[in-house]
Design a protein around this ligand. Structure first.
Ligand SMILES: Cc1ncc(COP(=O)(O)O)c(C=O)c1O
Length: 394
């Protein structure tokens, strides 16, 4: 039996493949420091787990409304309105199993062959995968290390065309940790305001930042009407395995996403939605503590990486990734990531996993303890003895 032709165009997320390789090495007795996977290493806060247990006992074990439970949608609308300085209601919210479906469903509802989608590169690999899967045309926007991994705005203007149907923004960003400055967003908003385009604003790391809070493009006049905000519980509340996220979008798109949900999931798990409500309504100091710890780790890993000969690592403003430029080592970044895993037991991702403009970089997720991060840095410094003479000679 042949698979449908479209399956030849769908991609994968390499982090999961590298994790499998790293686990296989561990099974053979090797020690591996895991800096590949993008999920908080903290447990889900206890009051959220309690809310889920209580919900199970209370019988939240049946189908619920496809769009999401009304009180949860109300709480999401209130949170998103407050944090973005906008005014949305529960009718604008779709609750779905994770943040990813807010890439999958709206793209499925909107994109056709011939449509162009501008997306960040390096970027979350699912964007390009889905654009290609749907037969639309990916238009890569290279991120500029020298601009804190934001777009070159002149290039962005040039890449806009009559066929541009969607623009994807992601801030704070995976894999670079970059945060798009307010002034850049203003320029982007001005360029898009009169155009018939939809913006997918991936704000899944909206609560994980270390300087100025990230700005949502929806806070600029005329943008809310043409934007899908993607956010969720995975990163903010360390709930990656619960599979719960949401989108905030115009009601005509909510209707389309609801139809796709009816045809796929029926609804998001009922008792996890009760836990989500507890997450939003409960104490937020758990998030503050996690972010404070991430900041300590960010400072430690960036300092350590910058001490490695041939590495250069910009200090990221958000998320929990350090994206080091490794071109001066003379190694191809994929070869280098392989070497670090197989010979030194440091599992990380080559920038090429995030698109062609990620070549020359390695992503280190610092969702791991300070002790493990220090161990990883020591191992990388040991590995650097291999290329140090070449760097010094240059
Ligand atoms: C930029 C970005 N968007 C979306 C997601 C998906 O999040 P979820 O696990 O909630 O589906 C991730 C997860 O790594 C991500 O990094």
């Amino acid at each position: 039996m042949k698979l449908a032709e479209r399956m030849s165009r769908i991609g994968v997320e390499s982090a999961f493949d590298v994790l499998v390789r790293a686990r296989a090495l561990e099974a053979q007795g090797h020690s591996v420091v895991h800096l590949e996977i993008g999920e908080p290493d903290f447990p889900t806060p206890a009051h959220i787990i309690e809310a889920a247990k209580k919900a199970l006992d209370e019988g939240w074990t049946h189908y619920g409304p496809t769009q999401g439970q009304p009180d949860l949608r109300e709480a999401i609308a209130e949170t998103v309105s407050r944090t973005r300085g906008i005014n949305v209601g529960p009718q604008h919210v779709s609750v779905v199993p994770g943040g990813k479906p807010i890439i999958f469903f709206p793209m499925l509802a909107l994109l056709e062959p011939g449509d162009e989608v501008i997306y960040p590169n390096p970027g979350f690999p699912i964007y390009e995968s889905m654009i290609r899967f749907l037969g639309a045309t990916p238009v890569a926007m290279p991120l500029e290390e020298g601009r804190g991994f934001s777009f070159d705005l002149d290039l962005f203007r040039d890449r806009l065309s009559d066929r541009t149907k969607m623009v994807i923004l992601n801030s704070p960003q995976n894999p670079t940790g970059g945060v798009i400055p307010r002034e850049d967003l203003k320029v982007i908003a001005n360029l898009l305001r009169e155009r018939d385009v939809i913006i997918l604003s991936d704000e899944i790391y909206s609560r994980i930042y270390y300087g100025e809070p990230p700005v949502s493009i929806t806070s600029f006049p005329g943008m809310l009407e043409k934007t899908i905000i993607l956010d969720g519980f995975s990163k903010t509340y360390a709930m990656t395995g619960w599979r719960m996220g949401y989108g905030v979008m115009p009601t005509w798109l909510v209707e389309a996403v609801t139809k796709l949900m009816v045809n796929s999931n029926s609804c998001t798990s009922s008792f996890t939605q009760r836990a989500g409500l507890a997450a939003l309504k409960g104490p937020q100091d758990c998030v503050d503590r996690m972010v404070a710890e991430f900041r300590r780790r960010r400072d430690a890993i960036c300092q350590g990486l910058n001490e490695v000969p041939g590495f250069r690592c910009a200090v990221p403003g958000g998320a929990f990734y350090a994206f080091a430029n490794v071109t001066a080592t003379g190694f191809d970044s994929k070869e280098l990531a392989d070497l670090l895993l197989t010979e030194y037991g440091v599992s990380c991702l080559t920038g090429g996993c995030f698109g062609e403009y990620g070549e020359g970089y390695i992503r280190f997720s610092y969702a791991n303890s300070l002790a493990n991060l220090n161990e990883a840095i020591n191992r990388i410094k040991k590995a650097a003895e291999r290329w140090q003479p070449a760097v010094v000679a240059r």
